[in-house]
Write a protein that binds this ligand. Structure first.
Ligand SMILES: [Zn+2]
Length: 429
C-alpha cells in the first residue's frame, strides 16, 4: 500500500471513527485523551488495491494524520535516500535553519520544511525538486561546519582555593559528550527517571541545561551544565536500578517506575492467529491463550478483533516523539507510554476492539456486551484488565477498557478480576 492509498484510507477512517464512536457514547462524554488515542493507535483496516498488494507490517506505520492532511499534494516519498525518522528530520531542519531558512525545528516534515528544502536546492544549483540526495546532505554538512554548529563552550571556572588545580584536572579528564538528538534524548529521559523533569524532545536548550545543572549539583558533580562521561555513568546506574532487564515471569510489573531496557525483545514471537488487519506478533504461549479466548468469545456471539500486540522499543519511540513534537511532553506522556514503559514491549499486552467500535480504541468500549464478556471471562485464559477506572493514580495510565494483560496464572488473574484490583495493588499485597 503506498502513501496515497494510506492517506485515502486514513481520511475515510478519520471520518468514520467519530460516527462509529457516537453510537455508544451518547451518555458518556468524549474524553480528549480518548480522541488522542484513537488518532495514535488508529486501527487501520487493510484494503488491497489492484496495483499494490503489499502487506503492511508493524514497521510501516501510517504517517501522522495531521501531516498527511497538510501534505496531500506532495507525498512524503518525494524526499528519499534518508530514513525520515524524527532524528533525521530534526537534523535537516536544523541545517536549513543554519543555512538561513526560517522554519520550525520540530521533527515534522511539513510543507514549510519542504518549501525551504526545495528553495535551498535551487539556490545551491541542484535540481529543483524535493529529493534528498547524499550530495545535498554533504552540502548541508559543510554549511554546518562553517557555522560551527553545536559548539560546547567550556567555561573556565576561577576558583579561589587550592582545589583549583584538582578541579580543572578532573574536569579536563571528563569526556564531554556530543549533543546530538540521540544523546540529548537519552540524557533528558535519564534525568526524568532521576526525578528531574525536562521535556523529552531531543533538543539541547536552556531548560535541559538547567535541569542538568540541578542534577549535577545534587550528585556533587561539577556544577557546570556540561554533559560528560562522568554524568552519564551516574545516570546509567539510575536507569539500571529501575530497569527490568530480563523479564522471565509473565507476572512482571511494568509501569512508570519499572521499565524495560531498550534492547529487550520477547522470546518466541510468532504471528498471532487472531482476527486482525495487519501483521502483529505475540510470544507463542500468549498467542495461543489469546486464540482460545477469542474462539470462546466468538462461540458466545462476540466477534473480537486484535488491535495491537507486541510493539518494539523503536516503534514506541516513534509514536512518542511524534506526539511530543505535536503536543509537547506533558500531553504526550498522558496518552502514549514513554519508550521502555509500554506493556506492549513485553509482548504480554493485547488491545482488543470490535466491529461495533469501528475497530477503534475508546473508553465507550465498556458499554458493549463484548466488554462484559471479556471482564467476566478473560481470567480463564490468564488475562486481566490492566488499567482500571479510578485507579489512574496507581497505574499512571488513563482507563483503558481495551487493554488486557497476560499474567499467566489463572488463579491470580481470577482474584485480580474478582476484587477489581490493578497489578500494582496485587503485587504490593
Ligand atoms: Zn494497549
Amino acid at each position: 500500500m503506498n502513501y496515497k492509498d494510506k492517506f485515502v484510507l486514513i481520511i475515510i477512517l478519520v471520518l468514520a471513527l467519530p460516527l462509529a464512536g457516537c453510537s455508544k457514547t451518547e451518555n458518556s462524554s468524549v474524553d480528549n485523551d480518548v480522541v488522542e488515542i484513537l488518532e495514535e493507535e488508529l486501527f487501520v483496516i487493510e484494503k488491497e488495491t489492484p496495483e499494490d498488494k503489499t502487506i503492511v507490517t508493524e514497521t510501516e506505520e501510517t504517517e501522522p494524520i495531521d501531516d498527511l492532511v497538510e501534505e496531500n499534494s506532495v507525498t512524503v516519498e518525494e524526499i528519499e535516500g534518508l530514513e525520515l525518522n524524527e532524528e533525521n528530520i530534526f537534523w535537516l531542519q536544523e541545517s536549513l535553519k543554519i543555512a538561513g531558512y526560517t522554519i520550525a525545528v520540530d521533527g515534522n516534515l511539513g510543507p514549510n520544511t519542504k518549501k525551504a528544502f526545495k528553495s535551498f536546492k535551487e539556490k545551491e544549483g541542484f535540481l529543483s525538486d524535493s529529493v534528498y540526495t547524499a550530495e545535498v546532505k554533504k552540502r548541508l554538512e559543510s554549511i554546518r561546519k562553517n557555522n560551527n554548529e553545536v559548539e560546547i563552550e567550556i567555561e573556565v571556572v576561577e576558583s579561589e582555593d587550592d582545589s583549583t588545580e584538582k578541579d580543572e584536572k578532573s574536569f579536563q579528564s571528563a569526556k564531554v559528550l556530543e549533543l546530538n538528538y540521540k544523546n540529548v534524548y537519552w540524557l533528558q529521559e535519564s534525568l526524568k527517571m532521576a526525578g528531574h523533569y525536562t521535556p523529552l524532545d531531543g533538543r539541547w536548550g536552556s531548560n535541559t541545561e538547567k535541569v542538568l545543572e540541578d542534577f549535577k549539583k545534587e550528585k556533587g558533580l561539577s556544577e557546570i551544565e556540561i554533559y560528560d562521561e562522568e554524568t552519564k555513568i551516574i545516570l546509567e546506574g539510575i536507569r539500571e536500578k529501575n530497569m527490568i532487564n530480563d523479564p522471565t515471569s509473565d507476572l512482571i510489573l511494568l509501569n512508570k517506575s519499572n521499565f524495560l531496557s531498550s534492547t529487550y525483545v520477547p522470546k518466541n514471537l510468532v504471528e498471532a492467529d487472531l482476527p486482525k488487519s495487519k501483521y502483529m506478533a505475540l510470544p507463542e504461549h500468549v498467542a495461543l491463550k489469546a486464540k482460545e479466548m477469542f474462539l470462546k468469545a466468538s462461540e458466545d456471539g462476540h466477534g473480537l478483533y486484535f488491535a495491537s500486540g507486541y510493539r518494539s522499543f523503536e516503534y514506541q519511540e516513534t509514536l512518542f516523539s511524534r506526539r511530543v513534537a505535536k503536543h509537547g511532553f506533558d500531553a504526550a506522556e498522558k496518552v502514549v507510554a514513554i519508550p521502555g514503559q509500554s506493556e506492549h514491549q513485553t509482548g504480554l499486552a493485547i488491545d482488543i476492539t470490535t466491529e461495533e467500535m469501528g475497530y477503534g480504541l475508546s473508553q465507550s468500549f465498556d458499554q458493549t456486551e463484548a466488554f462484559d464478556w471479556l471482564i467476566n471471562n478473560c481470567y480463564k485464559y490468564g488475562f486481566i484488565l490492566r488499567y482500571r477506572k479510578g485507579k489512574e493514580d496507581l497505574t499512571g495510565y488513563i482507563y483503558e477498557p481495551w487493554h488486557y494483560r497476560y499474567i499467566g496464572d489463572v488463579e491470580i488473574a481470577e482474584k485480580i478480576m474478582a476484587e477489581a484490583l490493578v497489578l500494582e495493588e496485587y503485587l504490593k499485597e
